[in-house]
Design a protein around this ligand. Structure first.
Ligand code: ZN
Ligand code: FE
Length: 255
């Protein structure tokens, strides 16, 4: 399975999963760049995998279905009625197939109340796993809490944090630089974070994408996975994970 990253709108990423003559798309912000890429690849769209109902993640569903009426639209059962063309209603623990790969579904509410993530375990031990996590976990950050509580988001991120370090994080936005700009203000003595911030600044200056990242890197440098680290507990003067997380999330909202 090859994964193509497609730019959309100002800072969205759409992901196209491709094997031979078939493809699936994750969170099509808009249809046209997906149709163009399908044409380049000579592939037919057989599935749309949505992570949540926001317009920048489902905006292309209708037009893609017009062109590929046989494609199946997968999304969360908790998003019923909010996903254009939805046919399959997923919950945590379900699996979905794409060609010879099977994705596990994680129910990860917080950004929205129905948010799900798709995880493809490694095809062989030498390869990484692939996590499509929408607006839940970002490179260096996490999604805003529009429909959920800090406790829910900590529970959601805890599930994702348990995946292997060698998991590629295909998040839906290029927010890494601004996330790390904030991160260094709350996790000040973290050399891994300093190094990453420098690397990402250079990468963005060259207009390179910073997605996907690796989960191992996120665990070391993303303050929104580090609610149990002394540095984050110290800066918030709190120990309880959900409250540490909630305070840092609040600081980021104001940053
Ligand atoms: Zn969103
Ligand atoms: Fe989004």
């Amino acid at each position: 399975m090859q994964i193509h990253r497609i730019n959309a709108w100002s800072d969205n990423y759409i992901f196209l999963l491709h094997t031979g003559t078939v493809a699936a798309v994750v969170d099509p912000t808009e249809a046209q760049p997906v149709l163009d890429q399908l044409e380049n690849l000579g592939a037919e769209l057989i599935a749309i995998f949505n992570t949540h109902h926001h317009g920048d993640h489902v905006g292309g569903n209708r037009q893609l279905l017009d062109r590929f009426p046989q494609a199946t639209v997968y999304a969360s059962e908790a998003d019923q009625g909010r996903i254009p063309g939805q046919q399959v209603f997923l919950k945590g623990g379900d699996t979905v197939e794409f060609c010879d790969r099977t994705a596990q579904i994680f129910f990860v509410p917080g950004h929205t109340k129905g948010h799900i993530a798709y995880y493809f375990p490694p095809a062989t031990p030498a390869e990484p796993g692939e996590l499509f996590c929408g607006d839940t976990l970002f490179a260096g950050g996490c999604g805003r809490l529009f429909e959920g509580t800090p406790a829910q988001m900590v529970e959601s991120l805890s599930q994702l944090r348990q995946l292997p370090d060698n998991t590629r994080i295909w998040c839906a936005h290029e927010y890494t630089l601004s996330n790390l700009k904030f991160a260094v203000t709350v996790d000040r003595q973290n050399p891994d974070l300093q190094r990453r911030y420098t690397q990402v600044q250079a990468a963005r200056q060259r207009q390179e994408a910073t997605v996907p990242s690796l989960l191992g890197t996120e665990k070391q440098t993303n303050p929104f996975l580090r609610w149990d680290q002394p540095a984050l507990q110290a800066i918030t003067n709190i120990q309880d994970p959900a409250r540490v997380f909630g305070r840092i999330r609040g600081m980021k909202d104001m940053f």
